[in-house]
Design a protein around this ligand. Sequence first.
Ligand SMILES: Cc1cc2nc3c(=O)[nH]c(=O)nc-3n(C[C@H](O)[C@H](O)[C@H](O)COP(=O)(O)OP(=O)(O)OC[C@H]3O[C@@H](n4cnc5c(N)ncnc54)[C@H](O)[C@@H]3O)c2cc1C
Length: 507
Amino acid sequence: MQADDIRAPRPQAPRTTSTQERSRPPRYAVTRIVVVGAGFAGHRAARALSRSLARERVEIVLLNPTDYFLYLPLLPQVAAGLLEPRRVTVSLAHTLPRARLVLGEATRVDLAGRRVHYTDPEGASGELAYDRLVLAVGSVHKLLPVPGVNEHAHGFRGLPEALYLRDHIVRQVEMAGAAPHADECGTRCTFVVVGAGYTGTEVAAQGKIFTDGLHAQLSRPKGPFGPAWRSPDTRPRWLLLDLAPRVLPELDRRLSETADRVLRARGVEVRTGTSIKEATPDGVLLDDGEFVPTRTLVWCVGVRPDPLVADIGLPLDRGRLRVTAALDVPGHPDVFACGDAAAVPDLTRPLPGNAAGDGPGSGEGSQDGTGSGDGPGGGRRYELTPMTAQHATRQGEIAANNVAASLGYGTARAYRHRDLGFAVDLGGVQAAANPLGVPLSGPLAGAVTRGYHLAAMPGNRVRVAADWLIDAALPRQAVQLGLVSSWSVPLDASSPEVARLPGKPRS
Ligand SMILES: Cc1cc2nc3c(=O)[nH]c(=O)nc-3n(C[C@H](O)[C@H](O)[C@H](O)COP(=O)(O)OP(=O)(O)OC[C@H]3O[C@@H](n4cnc5c(N)ncnc54)[C@H](O)[C@@H]3O)c2cc1C
């Protein structure tokens, strides 16, 4: 048990008469709000609570396995050697000075005892009592029962995986250069990405630029590599597979068309309507019978909610924790949930016919997150909000507002947000974007996309912009640091945000 295990004093019954005063805790009591998860939803919730309750006797505790907020949309640029890894990590202590950070991973929520049990980074266990709980634990990889995938594929959800992939790509290209036969060269220079959602599309788009650059650097006329390397078959080959009929299947068709055009022009082999049947150490067997020799399989087929939410024992919807439109858990007014882990009804998208029942979802954990949820009053049914940063951030804000309201500060609001568009960075100056529904492509879309990321990041903007400038002027560094090994980033990890350590159980 941790020394900092603290039981939060319970708010006492009030003696005042006004409605607001009646629900507020008395002045001498300290109310503790525990936010679990410091991603898009949790970080925003903690920040909004820190501001709105700055003068109240409220303690905000943030429980997260890392001391940083991870800006996931720029992760493909880390894997492609464009951004240094620290650029996409934003210090929690720096951006949330009024919140108390507890490093650890929640392992159990005791709803009756109002406690969160957790394990800290050194393996010790602890617990935190709470008066209000905000669950914002995000999502993990979606797994499919395809033979060999768990053993031979790597996901793309956390910084360790991006670091691993960056090193792995450099290593494959360098080892291809030293390979005695063109066959081995070709195998090592072939990279397969499964899933053409925004993650897979960006990984393939950025990866092709990265490997083409490495190949060019290592192919200088008096370069160190042998004759096999000079064979035309050794040019880096990227395949992007998806069962759907188009790339970016969950986004506007015009974005798909732009992305498809840019990828093909760059030389990425886009195989829609295709998936894999089996993964082996030497390659992947596609469902059309073709065997593609490769040492690289990147698994981007989507996400499912963090397993913690299933363990709590509360009702789920498509694996996500069921909440009302005000983001509180039905029957538990002291518990709120938001972001990828929460099944938030999308009040802007009522289900056709508005009958109760499941929506036309594409399955648990689909990146567009469709499903069905109860609206205010429980009468109407709605699709679920998609699993995107845009929704998670705004839900964090509403969760904070409604937590404060539940303590007597302000009034509760329902979550309602219409999509403002999406931006997919395709590397170089290319992107596909539709801000406010206006479809953009080419360098204009590229500029809008980068501007959007800089505006959306809660910190590190100058550092990110500096890396982009450096990349425009200098070749990327072709070195592998070897800090993250293959076995420390297993696909079935319940915590992709931290690398598995020797001697510790599989996380
Ligand atoms: C590569 C990639 C690119 C993306 N690009 C975009 C994009 O361009 N636009 C967009 O809108 N969306 C994008 N997304 C999706 C978006 O990042 C997610 O929808 C968003 O992160 C969800 O926010 P969240 O707060 O629910 O979860 P997260 O941001 O994942 O945060 C969850 C937090 O909870 C912590 N946590 C997990 N388990 C525990 C536990 N047991 N105890 C304590 N803490 C825990 C995690 O460490 C993490 O800090 C992308 C996702 C990926 C993977």
